[in-house]
Write a protein that binds this ligand. Structure first.
Ligand SMILES: CCCCCCCCCCCCC/C=C/[C@@H](O)[C@H](COP(=O)(O)O)NC(=O)CCCCCCCCCCCCCCC
Length: 214
């Protein structure tokens, strides 16, 4: 299958982020990870040049899936319960790397920052002109978000890889949600949910002073 998920295109992947928000405004871990897995599958359809990015995302998803299937799986049911559990049991390196290099809190923080990139990129794609270059949209959204947290060498590799992105038309077609107009309409529909997940997580992390975890 040449698309980003099991045959239904990127719509189902992005809609997964809608199902992350529970009625009590907590963020459910399982659909959050499922959304990321779908995004990684989509990324993999765009060529092996992106595999250093997808490998890192996969490693982080796996860390979280291990927590979700371990002894403390209930504590990892939502981002809120994870923060509560890990902080109250001192399972997070707060100032410098130490005994907990793969805590749930720092692992989700990395994905959370990447979700901000996704939000900015999709917003840019949604409002872009027909002749816009995806590499430019991607670089601008990366520089406004994730790049601020990456070392020089990663920034260099990422911006080089962005040049290999398909054209806007090919990118929208690869999403497999119909015509360009239908793909853009789908982005418009999905974006509020992605923004909401981002905002709820950002305020959770801000409230607990977790936004700069090493
Ligand atoms: C469409 C093009 C996709 C471009 C993806 C943009 C994100 C670029 C990220 C570059 C990350 C490079 C790999 C290494 C990262 C790590 O150093 C770094 C820090 O981790 P550490 O503290 O454990 O060391 N990791 C991270 O920041 C997490 C990165 C996770 C990236 C996930 C990206 C998934 C992209 C999915 C694309 C789907 C596009 C859909 C659009 C319709």
């Amino acid at each position: 299958m040449a698309d980003g998920d099991d045959g239904n295109g990127l719509r189902n992947v992005l809609v997964t982020f809608k199902s992350c928000l529970a009625d009590n405004q907590e963020i459910l871990m399982d659909p959050y990870l499922k959304g990321w897995k779908g995004l990684v599958r989509f990324l993999n359809t765009m060529g092996t040049i992106f595999s250093f990015i997808s490998k890192d995302a996969v490693a982080k998803i796996q860390i979280m899936e291990t927590f979700r299937s371990g002894d403390q799986k209930e504590s990892y049911a939502t981002l809120q319960s994870m923060v509560q559990y890990e902080l109250s049991n001192s399972l997070v390196d707060l100032k410098q790397p130490g005994s907990y290099p793969t805590s749930g809190c720092r692992t989700i923080l990395r994905l959370h920052r990447a979700l901000h990139w996704l939000q900015l990129f999709l917003e840019a794609l949604q409002t872009s002109e027909a002749d816009a270059q995806t590499s430019v949209l991607c670089t601008d959204s990366y520089n406004a978000s994730l790049a601020n947290h990456h070392a020089w060498i990663i920034r260099k590799a990422a911006t080089m890889a962005f040049y290999a992105l398909p054209t806007r038309d090919a990118f929208l077609a690869n999403m497999r949600v119909g015509t360009n107009e239908e793909a853009i309409a789908m982005l418009e529909e999905a974006l509020p949910h992605i923004r909401k997940v981002y905002e709820v997580t950002e305020s959770l992390y801000a409230q607990h002073n977790l936004l700069e975890l090493p």
